[in-house]
Design a protein around this ligand. Structure first.
Ligand SMILES: [Zn+2]
Length: 290
């Protein structure tokens, strides 16, 4: 029995290597530095996948810059954020609606249109217990439709081997798994034979982290976008601000000011500049962990 299973693994490995040789060619070169600095990127389609409305906040300065430089930025959020509150009065439905409105308001501050926000509607806090194949299939469909030049996602790299907030850990792996699956014509082939989509390999990646930045290799000077970042962050009243324990749709001026100060303090500094950092990767999705 054991021998048969092992043989099966070897055979499927050979088949995949053969397919790879035929479809990818020179693109399998791994790069950890972009050929063109992020500040010069224009005309690209950039897709960010996160678990919650606000996961994109780690990269708001960079997203504002991409948007201002003529790129198309899409934010895909896997869960509705319908759990994370300390307010005993909010229902899941109310919270999901609040989180959606806050996200749209934050993206508007960055200049990103509301039609570029896509929420897949999974329950907050339980992402890793969802049907992983179904989540990956949904993400693959989006990737094949939008054909992003760049995927931004939680870093599935080595820091995620340790304990990590479960939805973020799940979102990191699901995004990476979807990036890999999207390039194989025979995976979720109904999307190709029935929906008119085509397989697609995402060429570049920017992985973000929240508190451990050891794997970063690329930094963006967000100096020009600090105010947009602060204003966008201040829209997440139910997450960072006075609405965490007792939600209010319209916080006072003093409360908004306090939120903005807090967000300003979170902005990272490097060599005297306001920055956001990423692990850049370019190459086959199979090598994302390299
Ligand atoms: Zn989150």
């Amino acid at each position: 029995m054991r021998r048969i299973i092992l043989l099966g693994v070897i055979l499927s490995g050979l088949v995949l290597s053969g397919m790879m040789a035929g479809t990818v060619g020179a693109q399998d070169e791994v790069k950890t530095k972009p050929d063109v600095p992020l500040e010069k990127w224009t005309g690209k389609t950039i897709m960010l996948i996160g678990a919650h409305a606000d996961d994109d906040a780690i990269s708001h300065g960079t997203l504002a810059m991409f948007q201002a430089h003529g790129n198309q930025v899409y934010v895909v959020t896997l869960t509705t954020g319908n759990v994370g509150t300390q307010d005993p009065k909010l229902s899941r439905t109310q919270l999901a609606d609040i989180r959606r409105q806050e996200e749209l308001a934050a993206l508007a501050e960055l200049g990103i249109p509301g039609s570029h926000y896509i929420n897949l509607g999974y329950d907050d806090g339980l992402l890793e217990f969802e049907d992983r194949k179904a989540v990956v299939e949904n993400l693959v469909r989006l990737i094949r439709k939008m054909r992003p030049d760049v995927l931004m996602a939680w870093d599935p790299g080595k820091n995620y081997q340790r304990w990590h907030k479960s939805d973020h850990r799940a979102a990191a792996y699901l995004a990476a798994d979807a990036a890999r699956a999207a390039m194989w014509r025979l995976l979720f082939e109904g999307q190709i034979t029935q929906e008119g989509l085509k397989e697609f390999m995402i060429p570049e990646y920017l992985f973000y982290n929240d508190y451990d930045f050891a794997d970063e290799n690329t930094w963006v000077d967000i100096g020009e976008y600090v105010e947009k970042t602060v204003n966008a962050g201040a829209k997440y009243t139910s997450q960072f601000g006075p609405g965490w324990k007792e939600y209010k749709a319209h916080p006072s001026e003093a409360e908004v000011k306090e939120m903005k100060e807090m967000i300003r303090k979170w902005i990272r500094m490097k060599d005297g500049k306001a920055i956001e950092g990423f692990r850049y990767y370019s190459g086959l999705p199979d090598g994302l962990g390299k």
